[in-house]
Design a protein around this ligand. Structure first.
Ligand SMILES: [Zn+2]
Length: 104
């Protein structure tokens, strides 16, 4: 399980969240750490969100069901692929907010 697409594996139920986290840890501890995004099949946006604190299970559900693409401050749509957003924790769930939000 050193290469592949762990979010798809999670979505399809081939691995557990715990196994996915373990696979990620193994890559990050290895010589492949710099290539972790490709090794585990993350998109650039997914890996960015993970770095901001979104969990693997959240990323899997976002890939399957769509991202929470409304800014939690101003309510306007966020274009995920254009970046300019950060992930913040709202009552234990990851949500997106504009970096330069017109409302803050
Ligand atoms: Zn906003």
């Amino acid at each position: 399980m050193s290469e592949g697409d762990i979010l798809s594996d999670l979505i399809e139920g081939r691995i557990s969240v715990q196994q996915a986290e373990q696979a990620l840890d193994e890559i990050l501890d290895s010589s492949l750490a710099a290539d972790v995004q490709n090794q585990l099949g993350f998109s650039r946006a997914e890996w960015t969100a993970y770095a901001y604190g979104a969990s693997l299970s959240e990323l899997a559900s976002w890939r399957q069901d769509g991202w929470p693409d409304r800014c939690i401050v101003c309510g306007n749509q966020i274009e995920i692929d254009r970046f300019g957003w950060i992930v913040i924790d709202v009552m234990g769930a990851s949500r997106l907010k504009h970096i330069s939000c017109p409302e803050s």
